[in-house]
Ligand binder design. Sequence first.
Ligand code: B12
Ligand code: SF4
Length: 494
Amino acid sequence: MSKKHKISFVNPPYERIAAGYDFVRHITNRSPSLGLLYLAAAVRQQGYQARIIESDIENLSVEQVVTRLQKQNPDFIGISLFTVGVWQSALIAKQIKQHLPNCKVIVGGPHISSMGLETLQRFEEFDMAVVHEGEQVLPILLDALVNQQNLDEVLGIIYRHDKQLIRTTAAPTIHDLNLLPLPAWDLLPNFPEAYLPAIYDYPQAPVATLVASRGCPFLCKFCDTSTFGSQVRAYSPETVFKMMLHLQDEFGIRHIQFVDDLFLASRIRTLALCDLIIEKQLKMTWSCTARVDTVKPDVLKRMKQAGCWEISFGLETGSNELLQKMEKAARVEISEQAVKWTAEAGIRCKGLFMLGYPGETQETIEQTKAFVKRLPMTTMNLSKFTPYPGSPIYRDIYGTNIRDDHWEKMNGMNFVWVAEGLSVETLDQEYQAILMSFYKQRRIAHKYVVMTLKHPAHLWRLLRFIIGYCGAKFKSYWRGKRGILATDSRKLDE
Ligand code: B12
Ligand code: SF4
């Protein structure tokens, strides 16, 4: 270990919707990579100098990231890979190899947890990878590299040896999250101002993300749980409370977004956290995600008293048949009840849906349209079904009907796979139609107007989005592209 050694972490640029739709960034989620914050804290504790580049939030292109890295001149680069960001990350690594030939490029993240070997095989510019959680493994790996030790003994990595890829035994899971250092928020450029959830998804700013637990024992077929696995491990309510307090006192954070897979996994822990917040009079609001079968009216009431502002439920579809195919272990009736209870408790409810799952038909689409209309939700999200590597469904369908396996399109906004009997055109139309059947309801429009009046900060984001949209349209006409905004994705060999 040496205090002279530097590591630069990169959350790479990725396509949010499609190339050409850059202006959408003004209204979409702009959360930092919590994973990189944990890793930066872990290696800093070990004596390394860490820096973080948040490409998307800083609006940096691949070239700008490379220039920034050249200036930082690190010994190691650590890139967090989601499937959608792999190509751009490979471009960064390829250019870095030319400018900083001695710098080792280490990758990790959800995509590596499921496709580590395939990714390193495909992209030689990635030197090595850390599979699954990185806080314990990365400091050991860096020490081994600095001291030129045998990498064979470092658990949980993939490395290259004599042109061969070697995968070492998996590292043990981190059992006690309370022992992890606090995420290094102080290293984030322009934190907290630059980091916001999607427009209308928070009642007050600044906002920060937190996890109160890791892991999920369920096996919904579309979901990639390969990083944290099936064993739920949780912070104690006291530590979660301390982290909230720290964020409030040190950075002025006023709203927390919990991004756990299963925030409400334990009723006892949830109630204990709520009690602490109420007792200590912490004046923060917060939101979380939950499974519909984990909420009960008494817990919801307590959550509301403790500042819970919004719960996001993975409702997915209005068809029980499809829910069954997804192995979601929920039913439409249970979803309906959970949303109703949440609304009755005075908590906003966000429904997360997906369109185009295998088995989707015109009939299931109509069921979803009717479902979104009759639920007392405040807001909804609809994603285009994507078989993410690491999800059980990916293994089921890969190679059978993949329309396009471009990883850079796997952002939930492209139909890379199409269910039998449907076409991309139909699905795209139905995508708009489902959203319209929800958003054109009067009560929803009213809610949005009230929210804009109450929180004018949202209006500012909306205006920037509209200006961006008009600018992009104008540019397209000016260049003779008849107002078409989409451009081809960037390819590695360009
Ligand atoms: C919060 C969140 C977001 C946030 C923040 C994203 C971010 N960069 O962290 C926002 C809203 C922006 C987002 C966007 C997207 N997300 Co998201 N997101 C999550 C969620 C719910 C929590 C992530 C989190 O903070 N985890 C906690 C931290 C501590 O874990 P971590 O980031 O994975 O990091 C650990 C390890 O992965 C590893 N590691 C990570 N990076 C690196 C780098 C190195 C060098 C090393 C050594 C190790 C390492 O060590 C870290 C510490 O243990 C996860 C679900 C989940 N369970 O993880 C989905 C999830 C990661 N998202 C997913 C997807 C698909 C997306 C989107 C493509 C679109 C979408 N449909 O939402 C975009 C793409 C974003 C991008 N940057 O490319 C998928 C990823 C699947 C895949 N194979 O790509 C997940 C797994 C959801 C799922 N179950 O399917 N997301
Ligand atoms: S969708 Fe939610 S409940 Fe299902 S496996 Fe993923 S995280 Fe767990």
